[in-house]
Design a protein. Structure first.
Length: 376
């Protein structure tokens, strides 16, 4: 069949040989899966295929937050679940994932900055609810992660912001350069002789029990095993009721000469988030204002949400500070009724590693490690 594409003998021999593992998706989860598998199986043939020019979805479109859960968000997750253990397991996976990522690539290569993170609270009632649970959260996080005094209530929110009545600081949160992260992760994979092919769309996976065939826009690839790491796009290949796409809107300002913002910031239970990138402010979120429209795997700008992001920049984040919007974009996340990732076999030779819940930077490396562990 691949001969129909007019490939040469050399191309068929070099690029279409049967692999031990094919990973679909070259984002943080896909590359981390390939790397984890290759590190344990040094002679294995591993191929990663990606439909975009670079990883589509969220891996190169996110805000660059190295975070594992704000206090208010964790309390909401704990309140809305019958299985509190899953919440804490997910938090631990995020923390472990961040440590794997930093150890693998190095904080300098990631341009990692440990400025800490701020959760901003809209009113005194919300602040009181979060505050009364901080001891409990800090105790559990110490027991689970081994880090002390994670969350601290601030006397006042940062004075340069407007309209917030309280703030909780997480000294273990950081920020990184998403572009550097993916560039370095790709370089790491290539050093291990993992082959990466871009601009190849996977159309169907056929599990033949003895092998897997992946029908793509470039022909048919085959392997002993396959991992699907396409997150919000997972159901274009698999049928998983527990995951759906979620689009995120993002803007970035032009440089602001006397910018005081430094660190990562969340409010409205993490539905809004912003940070500094040098003298610029990156601001994203708001999908809770238009859930149905943002439940899509199509990239694009939502005028309503873009307008609200700009309004919040003017009124809350950069009050009395002139700014311009230099660029706008969207990313696609994978979410579901719970935030713990799906990491499981979906057929004899196919494993799913999807549903990062908007925390791919933190949890992706750990998910890759666990997915690789499911491959014989």
């Amino acid at each position: 069949m691949n001969k129909d594409f007019n490939y040469s003998y050399w191309e068929l021999k070099s690029f279409f040989q049967a692999q031990d593992l094919i990973v679909i998706g070259a984002g943080i989860v896909g590359l981390s899966t390939a790397i984890a598998y290759k590190l344990k199986n040094k002679s294995a043939l591993v191929l990663v295929i990606e439909r975009g020019l670079f990883p589509e979805g969220a891996s190169t479109k996110n805000a660059g937050f190295a975070c594992f859960g704000s206090a208010g968000e964790l309390l909401e997750d704990l309140k809305n679940t019958a299985n509190r253990e899953k919440v804490w397991e997910t938090v631990a996976m995020r923390w472990e994932g961040l440590n794997i990522l930093k150890a693998r690539l190095g904080v300098k290569a990631l341009n990692y900055k440990s400025h800490g993170g701020f959760e901003l609270l809209a009113n005194k009632e919300e602040l009181e609810v979060v505050s009364e649970h901080l001891l409990e959260l800090n105790t559990t996080i110490y027991e689970r992660l081994g880090i002390k005094n994670c969350y601290k209530k601030l006397k006042e929110p940062p004075s340069y912001l407007h309209g917030f009545k309280g703030a909780v600081f997480n000294k273990y949160e950081g920020q990184l350069d998403t572009g550097k992260m993916m560039t370095e992760l790709e370089a790491f994979a290539r050093k291990l002789n993992i082959r990466l092919l871009y601009n190849i769309r996977a159309d169907a996976i056929v599990d033949l029990k003895t092998k897997v065939e992946i029908n793509t826009s470039a022909g048919v690839f085959s392997a002993k095993k396959c991992v699907v790491a396409t997150n919000g796009f997972a159901n274009q290949l698999l049928k998983l009721n527990e995951i759906k796409p979620a689009r995120a809107q993002v803007v970035i300002t032009g440089p602001i000469s006397e910018l005081k913002i430094k660190g990562t910031f969340h409010f409205d239970q993490g539905y809004y988030y912003f940070r500094n990138i040098g003298k610029r402010v990156l601001f994203g979120g708001g999908r809770h204002l238009d859930f149905k429209k943002e439940e899509t795997a199509k990239f694009g700008l939502n005028a309503k949400l873009q307008k609200e992001l700009e309004n919040l920049l003017k009124t809350k984040i950069l009050p009395n500070t002139p700014f311009s919007i230099d660029h706008r974009w969207s990313g696609i996340m994978g979410v579901g009724h719970e935030k713990k990732p799906i990491i499981r076999p979906v057929s004899t030779n196919v494993v799913a590693a999807v549903r990062m819940g908007g925390m791919g930077i933190a949890i992706g490396s750990k998910v890759g490690e666990l997915a690789a562990g499911l491959i014989d």
